[in-house]
Design a protein around this ligand. Structure first.
Ligand SMILES: [Zn+2]
Length: 338
């Protein structure tokens, strides 16, 4: 604010009386007096495009915002409601009557050879506040037709529904879909689906509907846990949230980023209390064990993290804060000059 005020005062000396009058009018508007010449502009009422870009060695990573969704605090298990409320307040996380503001992010990685999308957002599966991934791919300068591989961290609707367009055809018509074998074996198994409780049925339906057009076109590829998928791209098992949940480690020129899917749903709570699980975990104890392991590894190895539900762009580092962990978000920066 101070330097913004200095410029007009310097200008005042240079440009004389007319400038003095304009400045007086502007300052009058700031202090609440009506401005004689001011035409108040309409508020823009729209957000900046939902993408953020950075390099990991020779790989170009574009974070894509799908939107945000409120998650009820009562979905978090393993801590008392007072402690949860205190941690969320301590983290300055916006809370509405519908729940805690939670981002949904996807990531596009250009390796120099492939244009790989990791997760694809919710499309229309989970309401109107989500579904912007395809739009933000276009806003970021790429087209959905250029994506040649889609890697899913797991088959929940907020990651998988976006792979299908409104017409039921693949939203990424030239992409092969890669899903972990363990994950596909669970969600795409009609017997398991038939035996699942009623409230789990929508999860199975969303997963099966998302995969269907790729499967029909022979473009569904199942990979084994820990497999190297492409040069510099490795699948990392992080089981528990779902049976085959996993991340993808992208490594290039001595740098690395782990796109870890749903290791953390509440950054305000789970970096401090990694032992807090979420209602959607199919195996909460396994999910907690995976979270503890990957947090410790991320601190030790110092690689970048990109998280589907961390505050957009969801990219940063993890460090120790005493016995706890702490999230250090990436700072907005220009891309290095070529
Ligand atoms: Zn999710």
């Amino acid at each position: 604010m101070r330097s913004a005020m200095k410029t007009p005062l310097f200008a005042l000396r240079r440009k004389g009386r007319l400038a003095a009058m304009i400045l007086a009018a502007a300052l009058g508007a700031v202090s609440g007096c009506p401005a004689a010449f001011a035409q108040v502009p309409a508020m823009q009422a729209s957000q900046a495009p939902g993408y953020y870009r950075m390099m990991i060695g020779g790989f170009e990573v574009t974070a894509l915002y799908d939107g945000s969704i409120p998650l009820g605090v009562d979905l978090l298990k393993g801590a008392g409601s007072e402690e949860l409320a205190r941690l969320i307040e301590h983290g300055f996380v916006p809370v509405s009557p519908n729940g805690v503001q939670t981002a949904v992010n996807a990531y596009l990685v250009h390796t120099g050879k492939n244009l790989i999308l990791v997760d694809a957002g919710a499309a229309t599966c989970l309401g109107p506040t989500l579904g912007a991934v395809s739009r933000n791919i276009e806003a970021s300068g790429y087209s959905v037709a250029q994506v040649d591989a889609v890697l899913l961290t797991h088959l929940h609707g907020d990651h998988a529904c976006g792979i299908v367009g409104p017409d039921g055809a693949p939203a990424f018509p030239n992409a092969t879909l890669h899903v972990a074998e363990d994950e596909a074996a669970f969600w795409l198994n009609t017997e398991i689906a038939a035996q699942a409780p009623q409230d789990a049925q929508p999860f199975f339906k969303m997963a099966q509907a998302a995969v269907a057009p790729y499967r029909a076109a022979g473009k569904l590829k199942r990979f084994k846990t820990g497999e190297r998928l492409m040069p510099g791209v490795e699948a990392v098992p992080l089981h528990g949230h779902t049976p085959g949940h996993g991340g993808y480690m992208f490594a290039s020129d001595g740098q690395a980023m782990l796109i870890w899917g749903d290791v953390i749903h509440s950054h305000a709570v789970q970096f401090v209390r990694p032992d807090v699980s979420i209602e959607f975990d199919t195996d909460p104890q396994q999910a907690i064990a995976s979270r503890r392991q990957v947090l410790a590894d991320a601190v030790k190895q110092k690689y970048w993290i990109a998280g589907a539900h961390l505050p957009f762009p969801g990219i940063g580092h993890v460090r120790h804060a005493g016995e706890r962990y702490e999230w250090i978000p990436a700072e907005y920066a220009p891309l290095p000059a070529n």
